[in-house]
Design a protein around this ligand. Structure first.
Ligand SMILES: [Zn+2]
Length: 125
C-alpha cells in the first residue's frame, strides 16, 4: 500500500514544537506500534497521530473534499484509509494505549494556547 502518512509534515513539526515547549518527553515514528504513530509518550502509553484531512477523510472538513473527477475512485480510496485508521485505533486500544488524532486543519499559525492545554490534558490525564 502506498504510504499515506508523510513523515515530518509541517503540521507535525509544529505539534512537536508545541510539545517541546511544554517540556514533555516523547519519541517519534514508532514502527513497533500499530500505525507507526507520529508522536509517542511511552511512559504514559499515549500516542498522537497528526492526520492530513484529505487522506484520512476528516468528517465535514473543507480540506477533505473529494476531487470532482474520478470521485468514486477517491471515495473508495479514502474510505479504505478511514477503515485502516479505525483498525489501528482498535489495535492500540487492545494493547492498552490511548491515542489522539490531531487534524491538519486545526493547526494554523500561532494560535496554539488552547491547543497546548489540550495536549497537556491528554498526555497527563
Ligand atoms: Zn480537517
Amino acid at each position: 500500500m502506498k504510504k499515506i502518512r508523510p513523515k515530518n509534515s509541517t503540521q507535525e513539526l509544529l505539534v512537536r514544537k508545541i510539545i517541546d515547549s511544554l517540556g514533555l518527553k516523547y519519541t517519534i515514528h514508532d514502527s513497533t506500534l500499530p500505525g507507526c504513530p507520529d508522536i509517542v509518550f511511552r511512559m504514559q502509553k499515549k500516542v498522537i497521530f497528526v492526520n492530513g484531512c484529505f487522506w484520512h477523510g476528516h468528517n465535514n472538513c473543507r480540506k477533505a473534499r473529494l476531487p470532482q473527477t474520478n470521485s468514486s475512485f477517491w471515495k473508495k480510496k479514502i474510505q479504505a484509509n478511514v477503515k485502516r485508521d479505525a483498525r489501528i485505533a482498535r489495535r492500540l486500544n487492545r494493547l492498552g494505549w490511548h491515542y489522539k488524532v490531531i487534524w491538519q486543519c486545526r493547526i494554523r499559525g500561532s494560535k496554539t494556547v488552547g491547543f497546548s492545554k489540550d495536549l497537556l490534558r491528554f498526555v497527563q490525564s
